[in-house]
Design a protein. Structure first.
Length: 584
């Protein structure tokens, strides 16, 4: 008789021993658990699994399907699949059913699980790490987890003192081996709908877009994200963590008819030097966790939604889709300001990439170190005792008046300094980096929406999507005339780490809240005479520059997509930061 640890290790050994088996080129494991024996059934996982099996077979996958599986059947399915996946070009896993996180570790729940306490979880559930181990020797790995339902097990389990927490939904997977995409039906720590039309919203979107020719897998996920967001009124937005190399087309590239194609990264050497000797080629390690390493001028060739870096330690960038939008707020929008109009159509019809996150303290420190700059001192800070902003000469980005680490957005930086950062990064990479125009910022913040906030019309949803003036920021409550704070706790009284909150449909984080972000534009009191093609508005009062997006001290009413603000170009504030744009 062996304990759960022995069983776990033994199964891992069996997976490794199966590595010599002959592998199909593309293999898939589909699990649908709905007929739970000790809690209420889930109606759709069996339908989702059956439909996914048909779709993947049509895409040329050899599919192992497991439905309504107990612990033993799930482990046997994983074992069989691990042998098939060894050496495969593409190994894909789709799981629909209950899942849960305990102390930040994810588990998939078999149908025979009772889960009376945290010890039984480790014996009766399947650790997600085991599933990831089963595909570790495949060239490319795709994991789709439709397992974020509102879990009845978590409400009845008894926790020992050693267990710190049982979270909602599934926990964020912080890293994945190169060549892996892990996609969740919704963002970490949130729950997803099972669906009322025979399939879950996530499954329905995958079934629609996976088989479409000409869509690279990250473009597929962008469309899946938009479809699920629209189907759930933006209560649920899929999230993924990707370290894929090159482009992956499951249904063939544009103009192709083959069942599947994978373009792996190839070393890219710069042109020979004037001396005639070619530099050493780029090695695979230089691709980094961000995905694709680009040639200069190749931005226009990337599909919308692609995440990339131009160097191993460069900021992650997201290729933005082209489109048109109505900039500003309509006259009937609550809390609008006069400078938010007149509303006009703006087109973004050129290749554009935007920082996935705000630039962090760690990235700013690297810039100062490599450029030999020291960074300015003196930062304007919110003084709640005087009800005003006050310049503190002893404060700077190193000490903005509250604790930060290298994952927080840099603050207390002036407009000319952030311009210097963009120029430095451009010299380093040979690409054209810059600040966003004001029009570009509103376009990528709205991300295809026309509601007051990119998440919809409810300001009380702010804490899911933005670091804002919430209940933690109690000082605001005592200020005369200040009302409308979010009745929630976003987790941070000052800045929070970038990427902490739910992204918008374009896959960008913190475009609302955390810090106001510098743009390139000069300040104007409205949009009369403003460009309509996304260009920088270089006319107006250029001693003041536009900042957009709101910050950790901003009330939800001013976190809408349309509000505008300005800051003196020579000032630094502890709620101002920035992100970058890149064009060819």
């Amino acid at each position: 008789m062996c304990d759960w640890t022995t069983r776990f290790v033994a199964l891992l050994l069996l997976l490794c021993m199966g590595g010599h088996a002959q592998a199909a080129q593309r293999v898939a494991l589909v699990i649908g658990n709905g007929a739970y024996q000790h809690v209420t059934n889930l109606p759709n996982p069996a339908n989702d699994a059956a439909a996914m099996t048909r779709t993947l077979k049509g895409l040329g996958f050899q599919v192992t399907e497991v439905r309504d599986a107990g612990k033993g059947a799930m482990e046997r399915g994983v074992l069989q699949f691990g042998r098939q996946a060894s050496g495969a070009d593409v190994a894909l896993v789709y799981y629909a059913g209950h899942g849960m996180q305990v102390d930040g570790r994810n588990y998939l729940i078999p149908v025979d699980a009772r889960l009376e306490d945290d010890l039984s979880l480790r014996v009766e559930a399947v650790d997600l790490d085991l599933l990831l181990s089963s595909v570790s020797s495949a060239e490319t790995r795709l994991i789709f987890l439709d397992a974020c339902r509102d879990n009845p097990f978590s409400r009845r389990m008894k926790m020992s003192n050693a267990t710190r927490s049982v979270g909602r939904g599934l926990a964020r997977v912080e890293s994945a081996a190169g060549g892996t995409l892990i996609a969740f039906a919704t963002d970490p720590d949130n729950v997803a709908d099972d669906g009322s039309t025979g399939n879950s919203p996530f499954a329905a979107a995958l079934l629609e877009y996976l088989p479409q020719p000409g869509l690279e897998i990250r473009q597929v996920m962008g469309r899946v994200r938009l479809a699920v967001a629209n189907a759930t009124n933006r209560r649920q937005i899929p999230w993924e963590n990707s370290s894929l190399f090159g482009d992956l087309y499951l249904a063939g590239g544009a103009g192709e008819t083959q069942v599947a194609s994978l373009t792996r990264p190839r070393p890219v050497a710069p042109p020979p030097s004037s001396g005639g000797s070619a530099p050493a080629p780029v090695t695979q390690s230089q691709y980094g966790a961000g995905g694709v390493l680009l040639r200069p001028g190749s931005l226009g060739g990337l599909s919308a939604g692609t995440v990339f870096r131009d160097c191993e330690d460069c900021p992650e960038m997201v290729r933005i889709p082209t489109g048109r939008f109505q900039m500003g707020s309509p006259s009937h929008e609550a809390d609008r300001h006069g400078d938010e109009g007149p509303v006009r159509e703006v087109r973004i019809d050129y290749a554009l990439a935007v920082g996935k996150f705000e630039v962090t303290r760690g990235q700013w420190r690297q810039f100062l170190s490599e450029s030999g700059r020291s960074g300015s001192t003196g930062c304007t800070m919110l003084d709640t005792t005087q009800n005003k902003w006050v310049l503190q000469n002893d404060k700077s980005w190193r000490d903005p008046g509250f604790a930060q680490d290298d994952k927080h957005p840099v603050v207390c930086v002036k407009w000319n300094e952030v311009k210097a950062y963009a120029e430095w990064l451009g010299r380093k990479t040979g690409k054209r980096y810059r600040l966003l125009s004001e029009a570009e910022f509103e376009y990528v913040n709205r991300a295809g929406t026309s509601t007051p906030w990119f998440w919809g019309s409810d300001p009380q949803q702010a804490c899911r999507y933005a670091n804002n003036a919430d209940t933690q920021y109690a000082q605001w409550r005592g200020w005369p005339g200040v009302t409308g704070g979010a009745k929630c706790d976003d987790g941070y009284a000052n800045t929070g780490p970038v990427g902490r909150y739910q992204p918008n449909v374009f896959g960008l984080y913190d475009t609302t809240g955390n810090v106001w972000e510098w743009t390139e534009d000069c300040w104007n009191e409205g949009y009369v005479g403003a460009p309509t093609n996304g260009a920088v508005w270089a006319a107006g009062d250029c001693t003041r520059r536009v900042v957009r997006g709101g910050s950790w001290v901003t009330l939800p009413a001013n976190l809408r997509a349309a509000p505008r603000n300005w800051t003196s170009a020579t000032a630094a504030l502890n709620d101002r930061g920035f992100r970058l744009a890149r064009t060819d």
